[in-house]
Ligand binder design. Sequence first.
Ligand code: NAP
Length: 283
Amino acid sequence: MSKIISGVSLSQEIKSKMKEEVKQLVKIFNRPPHLAVICVGDNPASISYVKGKEKDCLEVGIKATTIHLDEKVSEKTLLDLIKSLNEDRTVDGILVQLPLPKTIDEQKVLDFIAPMKDVDGFHPNNVASLYLKRTSIQPCTPKGVIKLLKSENINLEGVNACVIGRSNIVGMPLAKMLLDENATVTICHSKTKNLEEITKCADLIISCVGKPKFIKASMVKDGCVVIDVGVNRLNGKLCGDVDFDEVSKKASYITKVPGGVGPMTRCCLLENTILTFKLNNKI
Ligand code: NAP
């Protein structure tokens, strides 16, 4: 049986340290780090994610302000709001909850956030900094995955790592971060031929696909480390990409959904908010 890497306990551990750090920052700067979250429309999933972010911030002492905008808001109004938050010195981090209504150019909006306040790490400047190995605000999910692996002292140097998925927010930055840890990285996607042949050679598989029970035991070699980034629903129940019951019989380490990568993503958002506070206060 494999060892389950718990994102719940690791994130709790990190959050209690952050709580202390925030207390110290408040002593020095007379205010806590401040995250502004913009939520457009009334998509129930977005509202629930935003509430989760507010709760997380409260837990560690970060101030969170959510600005709800109507579904029909114009792109210009949204950009004007971001401009004012960019200029507001009491706001450290800005997050726009995705997806945005189809009438709004999502990329244009994300690009408009000041790079130093971009807690999601999606701004082209932060993406470039990641690829150029400069100090950057890293996207939360891949950052959380690396933390999970490091928490178990899993050796990444020289391992064959297979990242399945190549999105700009998860697969691609994760592949780069693994490369920076000296892993040998293969990036797979929907056009990959013989996926199973590749995954069977991997010491580490990270699935970022978004399809329930996509990773079967037959795709995994004995002793492989398996990280499940996927978030799906199957028969009304939340599940990842990995057929957990079967794959956990072969893997050495594995994450569960829920309780694996998700809590780490949330935790890294808090960490990035503290980071933007420090960057903006030049500490
Ligand atoms: P995405 O943009 O839809 O990317 C999915 C990737 O999977 C694409 O690169 C796609 O390939 C690849 N793919 C699809 N079918 C495949 C197949 N049959 N074989 C191999 N690759 C295949 O999704 P995302 O935003 O990266 O998110 C991925 C999953 O992670 C989703 O379930 C999402 O909900 C979840 N997620 C979780 C967290 C968390 O905190 N736990 C955070 C973010 C996302 P192509 O590029 O060729 O289309």
